[in-house]
Design a protein. Structure first.
Length: 125
């Protein structure tokens, strides 16, 4: 990430759609962006949450935690449709999700501040 990015993209609610995420990140990689940010919800969906997390890391995406990411770590609401079981996550994915902050404030070119969060500030709902 450049010191003060000016061209950014924000994505969210990945919900383990790793194949679509791969296509999107490849497309965004061609756009001469300074920063790609993701507002979370990496898990709980039709695809592979480990592959989705690995893609976000490989593309150096700035990511914050979504409520589904928190829920899998807390072991709650695992009966939702397409919810992943904690035991299906790799050690790397668990570490990655655990380290995600609930929000991040970024300073863009010209000094513009942007808050990246899934809900509102520290509340991911």
């Amino acid at each position: 990430m450049s010191a003060q990015p000016s061209r950014i993209a924000v994505i969210g609610d990945v919900h383990a759609c790793d194949q679509r995420l791969d296509l999107l990140l490849m497309h965004l990689g061609e756009q001469e962006l300074d920063l790609v940010a993701c507002v979370g919800d990496i898990v709980d969906g039709p695809g592979d949450p480990n592959a989705a997390a690995a893609l976000l890391q490989a593309h150096d995406v700035t990511v914050v935690r979504g409520n589904h990411d928190r829920w899998i770590l807390e072991g709650v609401l695992r009966d939702l449709p397409d919810a992943h079981a904690f035991h299906t996550l790799t050690v790397q994915t668990v570490g990655y999700l655990t380290a995600l902050p609930p929000s991040r404030e970024l300073t863009l070119a010209g000094g513009t501040s942007v808050l990246v969060c899934h809900g509102l500030l520290e509340n991911d709902m």
